[in-house]
Design a protein around this ligand. Sequence first.
Ligand code: SF4
Length: 230
Amino acid sequence: MNKLFIGVSSCLLGQKVRYDGRHKKHVQIVAIFSRFSELQGFCPEVEIGLGITRTPVQLVKKNNQVRCIEIENSKRDVTQALTEIAHYQKNSLLKLSGYIFKKNSPSCGLHNVEILVDNQIRHEETGIFSNEIKKMIPCLPVEDEYRLENSEIRKKFIESVFMFYRWKQLTSRNFSKKPLFLFHERYKKYVTSHPQFNELEKKLVKIDNGNFENLSHSYFCLLMEMFKAC
Ligand code: SF4
């Protein structure tokens, strides 16, 4: 079996990469996830050359667009750089079976990140880097460290990470209908109550050798979406 890799915001691993030269090590998360995976740290702000220490950045809505801008220098916009660094990471990202992001960060946050809209603070955004990762690999299980403190959310995230990992293992070999059906048998119990369950099974039946790759991928994306919602 290949190793299971999970991407993590570096500061959560204890690396001193934050704007103030500190870290935000989450001892519990690191201990739990290190038991069964190799944690791959990445700090997008350091990788785009902002340095340690640095002036912090924030999200600002400008001309209806979400931009990431230095707080003390509104002319320094790092949105494009944060977007591009996600794409430069593509090969490393393809190894991952999940990603744990730092909450509230304008680069890494997943939910309700602070944004300045007409000089008012709102909590409604996703970080620029984490948002790009979600767009690049929509089925990848992602969570932040705060939500993972909840044991139910953590259990579900771990299950989805293993589901993603097993799917990657399957598709990296000579993938065929039989293992696909076995995979479905293993995981269907989690989603039978979902309103799209019939649609999922119809997708499975429609898969044949002519359209195997596209339809099996579309089946898996729907399965992951339903699993998250159940
Ligand atoms: S939240 Fe993201 S960008 Fe900020 S220090 Fe941590 S890894 Fe770096």
